[in-house]
Design a protein around this ligand. Structure first.
Ligand code: B1M
Length: 210
């Protein structure tokens, strides 16, 4: 199959064909991670660029995101493994002010596949709700996602809120999202940063052992 078709399908928000194209890729033997990165994610990156340059608007960006999600649903059973032993518990969410969840969902999906119990607390989650979730669920890891430069500071606000609640040393905090960097993660006192979902699994495995 031609990956370009899948890329274009996301760019065009062609809901009718995304399922078929992903299935075609799988039956042609294209690796699921390639369909994800070089197909679906590449399409969304182009959408992001077009949005930035004013060639495409919010409704189109949303439609492209929904197309991507449909594609990911088809890929899901092929991307995740079948670990049976629980590797640990992760509470994961997107920080306050931010509704982007595709990346977070991918990270959650891969962690589940790697045997973690994942409690997804959703999007636009205020620091106090995140603290409450950590208090109640007692996870080994808290995963925080931020996609906007304007919501990155909420990562720090959340870590500070954990400190204030006396919970900071009870949970490892890992952060991620397109604008987040290792330097920023270090600066705000996170325990780890991963640039993609596969990296998040490696990081989480390391964090539960440390
Ligand atoms: Co938004 N948006 N958006 N958007 N959007 C971006 C992020 C943007 C870069 C587009 C652009 O201008 N080029 C830009 C941010 C600019 C900035 O801050 N510097 C932007 C903007 C401006 C906005 C709005 C403000 C637009 C407006 O209203 N004027 C608005 C904000 C809404 C809000 O949150 N309050 C907005 C809205 C939206 C939609 C709702 C339309 C939609 C989101 C739908 C959804 O998520 N359900 C949307 C989309 C789709 C995008 C782009 C095009 C794609 C994001 C995405 O899903 N990427 C995006 C441009 C881009 O990224 N190319 C853009 C695919 C995904 C797999 O990647 O999320 O990076 P990503 O996740 C990766 C890694 O980052 C990492 O692993 C994932 C898998 O590899 N990762 C983690 C993520 N979280 C992690 C957590 C971890 C570890 C790794 O540990 C816990």
């Amino acid at each position: 199959m031609e990956l370009d078709k899948l890329v274009q399908c996301v760019v065009d928000a062609d809901m009718d064909n995304v399922k078929g194209l992903v299935e075609e890729g799988i039956s042609d033997g294209v690796a699921p991670s390639v369909l994800l990165k070089e197909g679906l994610i590449k399409g969304l990156d182009i959408v992001g660029e077009k949005f930035e340059s004013g060639d495409l608007f919010l409704p189109e960006m949303l439609a492209a995101a929904m197309t991507m999600k449909t594609g990911v649903e088809v890929l899901k059973p092929h991307l995740t493994g079948e670990e049976t032993e629980t590797a640990g518990t992760v509470v994961i969410g997107t920080v306050q002010g931010d509704v982007h969840d595709i990346g977070k969902n991918l990270v959650a999906m891969m962690l589940e596949g790697a045997g973690f119990e994942v409690i997804d607390i959703g999007i636009d989650v205020p620091a106090e709700d995140i603290v409450k979730a950590v208090e109640e669920k007692k996870p080994q890891i808290l995963g925080l996602s931020a996609l906007l430069t304007t919501t990155m500071p909420a990562l720090k606000t959340t870590i500070d809120a954990l400190k204030e609640a006396g919970l900071r040393d009870k949970v490892k905090v890992m952060v991620g999202g397109a604008p987040v960097t290792q330097d920023y993660a270090d600066e705000i006192g996170a325990d780890g940063y991963a640039s993609d979902a596969a990296g998040a699994v490696t990081l989480a495995r390391g964090l539960v052992q440390s």
